[in-house]
Design a protein around this ligand. Structure first.
Ligand code: ADP
Ligand code: MG
Ligand code: ZN
Length: 479
């Protein structure tokens, strides 16, 4: 048995209009190298000047995460060579970061947990390598874009916890206005560190997984990596400290990671210590509610959850399931808007819809419309279809779409609900099976099932089951 240890490092793009140390605009998709200047290109003799708006957003993040803000922090040079890093170093913070400590409250599988934050520091982004067919170019538009890095304590133990942590961190920072949080545009990037060890033994070497671009994939990549490390140790191997990247179904080694000593950090002589004054703190504070934002969001969720449950008259479990899956909830609400009964629609959705999603299908790819589901339930209510017939139709609606009544007609699905017709049929069947009737009269109640089977067979499964069983019992008693 192994125990996993997980720690996260998130790079978050601050929502500023200009870069961290110069007045170039922060752009997205502009032609390469059109938003650059001697400062962000690292020409000798230029002087960086810290962007007050970026500092304020960093302070906001610290306050929102109950982190201890340091009134004085220090910018440091992190040296490494890379083509997209024109200065040969990145300006970051190291020994004296903007903030340390803090925690994030997260709900994991219905349970409330708190995970520690180690530090929050300001840093600039690098440029980007652009790979063409025959050459690789460098675009420095992104160089100098303001980021904060948020490092978690190694307190997470499960991939699901890491996923929930990231989702909540993202929500908090977007809600606080710290970042626009567009994942596709790289506003929120996460590296996940993970190691495994046997309980009671020292922790193992950690592997850093880079460039995972969705929360769900972070959990998948971690689960894969935990399995890989366990198998490696189990077969007598050792885990080496390295950086790996997620390749869609597995992680692959990308480089052996430098220790911090290799970066030769030292305080940047071009920048004075960063002082956060009271006015700036006040400004940051006024953008936030008085309580930690994660708790505030959880309280808002709970309030909305109550209202949702009451509005649709759902029980706790059903409402909880719908609220946990935002796209499923949206589909549910659309069925209600389309005239569906909340309780009936919730049954379909927590049953047939979620079953398919749990099997790996995607609601976004499903062809069923909310209106069709409402119409399908209508066919049950008016007696046209039995539940099991409706489930058949549902299957077709899911994969091909269409109109429930038309599908039912094409497939010849129609319940036999005609009293007289069924009654005659039942009488006839009973008359033809005297020995089974005998056994029923001798006290064998299970014979009802035998006759029901005959009725269903004779009607091709189309008899209304409630009606048929009532008629069978009536007929047996009367013989
Ligand atoms: P580095 O200098 O290699 O970046 P840090 O000490 O800054 O290492 O830690 C980076 C991240 O890795 C943090 O989120 C931390 O919680 C996590 N971490 C540290 N040690 C371990 C470990 N043994 N297993 C898993 N995660 C770890
Ligand atoms: Mg680190
Ligand atoms: Zn610039």
């Amino acid at each position: 048995m192994y125990q996993a240890v997980i720690g996260l490092e998130c790079h978050v793009q601050l929502d500023t209009s200009s870069k961290l140390f110069c007045r170039c605009r922060v752009t997205d998709g502009a032609p390469a190298n059109t938003h650059v200047c001697p400062v962000c290109l690292g020409h000798p003799g230029t002087l960086p000047v810290a962007n007050a708006r970026a500092v304020e957003l960093g302070v906001r993040a610290a306050l929102a995460l109950s982190s201890t803000l340091h009134r004085i922090s220090v910018f440091a040079r992190k040296q490494y060579f890379y083509p997209d890093l024109p200065k040969g170093y990145q300006i970051s913070q190291y020994e004296e970061p903007l903030a340390t400590g803090g925690r994030l409250h997260v709900e994991v599988d219905g349970e409330r947990r708190a995970f520690g934050i180690t530090r929050i520091h300001l840093e600039e982004d690098s440029g980007k390598s652009v790979h063409g067919e025959r050459v690789t170019g460098v675009d420095f538009n992104r160089a100098g874009t303001p980021l904060i890095e948020i490092v978690s304590e190694p307190e997470l133990r499960k991939p699901r916890e890491a996923e929930a942590f990231l989702r909540m961190l993202h929500r908090v920072l977007v809600e606080a206005g710290v970042t626009r949080g567009d994942l596709e545009k790289g506003h929120f990037r996460c590296d996940a560190n993970v190691s495994v060890h046997r309980p009671g033994e020292p922790w193992g070497a950690k592997v850093e997984i880079k460039n995972v671009n969705s929360f769900r994939y972070v959990a998948r990549a971690l689960a894969f990596e935990i399995g890989r490390q366990e198998r490696l140790l189990e077969s007598g191997g050792t885990v080496v400290q390295e950086t790996r990247s997620w390749r869609g179904a597995r992680t692959a080694s990308s480089r052996v990671k430098e220790g911090s000593a290799d970066y030769r950090y030292f305080p940047d002589p071009d920048l004075p210590p960063l002082q956060v004054d009271e006015a700036l703190c006040q400004q940051a504070r006024s953008a936030l509610p008085g309580i930690p934002l994660d708790l505030w969001l959880q309280a808002r969720d709970a309030r909305e959850g109550d209202a949702f449950r009451e509005r649709h008259q759902l029980d706790d479990d059903t409402a909880g399931v719908l609220l946990r899956h935002s796209e499923v909830r949206a589909f549910f609400e659309a069925t209600v808007v389309a005239g569906g009964d909340g309780v009936q629609m919730a049954k379909w959705i927590t049953g047939e819809v979620l079953r398919r999603i749990n099997e790996g299908e995607d609601l976004a790819d499903a062809r069923i419309s909310p209106e069709a589901l409402v119409a399908l339930e209508g066919l049950i209510q008016d007696g046209t279809l039995s539940r099991s017939m409706a489930r058949d139709v549902f299957g077709e609606l899911w994969t091909h779409g269409g109109e429930p009544r038309a599908i039912a007609e094409r497939r010849g699905l129609r319940q036999v609900t005609d009293d007289w017709l069924l009654r005659d049929l039942v009488r006839d069947i009973v008359a033809r099976h005297p020995r089974q009737v005998e056994r029923y009269r001798a006290g064998n109640e299970r014979m009802v099932g035998f006759f029901m089977g005959k009725v269903m067979k004779a009607t091709g499964g189309r008899a209304d089951p409630a009606l048929a069983s009532r008629l069978v019992v009536e007929a047996l008693r009367r013989v």
